[in-house]
Design a protein around this ligand. Structure first.
Ligand SMILES: Cc1ncc(C[n+]2csc(CCOP(=O)(O)OP(=O)(O)O)c2C)c(N)n1
Ligand code: SF4
Length: 278
């Protein structure tokens, strides 16, 4: 059996047929398989946390250890796992509703802590599992059962929030582009620190007006300049069909991680072990 097949589970897949979450799942499997095949990591070195939402069903389809968390809590739970064993490779999966609304405080503080883990954020500009209520990144005018007159407020820009909060890695990719997702996920997992990847994802059932943004997207070179990152982050306002959407590594910088800052965790990193029960 090849490595990718070992990451499969027998759970019934309940995503809508054609949902781009299927492509995110495939990209994650390809990314993790590459790490395992390189012999630098084993399957049991990877741990996932997921939120609650359509995106988070990925928990059932990946044969990896982890915790299926409460809504908005995939990030703090992932950090808790790293505190327990800083040698694990931890990936958190969540939606825009979960992280940019209910879990926004965890998002902001995660950049400050800079724990060495990855957040994969599926942004479909909608609370899709609960039938399409607007999230903080939904565009103005979005009409849903919860916003019959359309959304009045301007969307938040999570990339600008991340930059202002001290992010050390920000990337964006498209759920329609498996090779690009694999490239970006690989760079994110390799980053030493908190890596935030926003996946622009269509939902085929809700907020259809925010779909089909391919023609707006263009690939950027890996960037380490904060001023350039601020400009790139401002290019897409999550609102209109105008404006470019840069995808790729928008910003990356090297800073001490949470695990390197705390001597107890650094000691475990150096010895390549977790806590040992006495
Ligand atoms: C504490 C709490 N608040 C609200 C909910 C209801 N809820 C479950 S899933 C969901 C929508 C998730 O939307 P999002 O995070 O954007 O993910 P998507 O379904 O779009 O992938 C909501 C509001 C919940 N389960 N728990
Ligand atoms: S409702 Fe949208 S996000 Fe959820 S599975 Fe269907 S297409 Fe995917």
């Amino acid at each position: 059996m090849n490595t990718k097949d070992k990451l499969k589970t027998s759970s019934e897949n309940t995503w809508c047929p054609g949902c781009p979450n299927h492509m995110v799942l495939e990209s994650v499997k390809q990314t993790i398989s590459k790490f395992i095949d390189s012999k630098k990591f084993k399957q049991e070195d990877f741990v996932i946390t997921t939120d609650i939402g359509c995106n988070s069903k990925i928990f059932d389809y990946l044969n990896l250890s982890g915790i299926y968390c409460l809504h908005g809590r995939a990030i703090p739970t992932a950090i808790g796992i790293k505190l327990g064993n800083p040698n694990l490779k931890v990936l958190a999966f969540a939606g825009d509703g979960a992280v940019y609304a209910e879990g926004i405080s965890h998002f902001i503080h995660a950049f400050k802590y800079n724990s060495d883990m990855t957040l994969i954020l599926h942004d479909n500009q909608s609370f899709s599992l609960t039938t399409g209520q607007p999230t903080p990144t939904s565009q103005q005018g979005y009409v849903s059962k919860a916003s019959p007159l359309g959304v009045f407020d301007k969307p938040m820009n999570p990339l600008k929030v991340a930059l202002a909060s001290g992010a050390t890695f920000i990337a964006r990719t498209s759920a329609r582009d498996i090779p690009h997702m694999v490239e970006v996920f690989t760079k994110a997992v390799n980053h030493k620190g908190f890596s935030f990847v926003e996946v622009i994802q269509d939902c085929l059932a809700f907020n259809l007006d925010s779909n089909n943004r391919d023609s707006q997207m263009y690939k950027v070179k890996d960037n380490e300049d904060k001023k350039v990152a601020e400009k790139l982050a401002s290019e897409f306002d999550y609102n209109s069909k105008d404006g470019k959407i840069p995808i790729g590594v928008i910003y990356q910088v090297k800073e001490s991680t949470l695990e390197e800052k705390w001597p107890q965790l650094k000691d475990l990193l150096d010895k390549k072990v977790g806590w040992v029960a006495k």
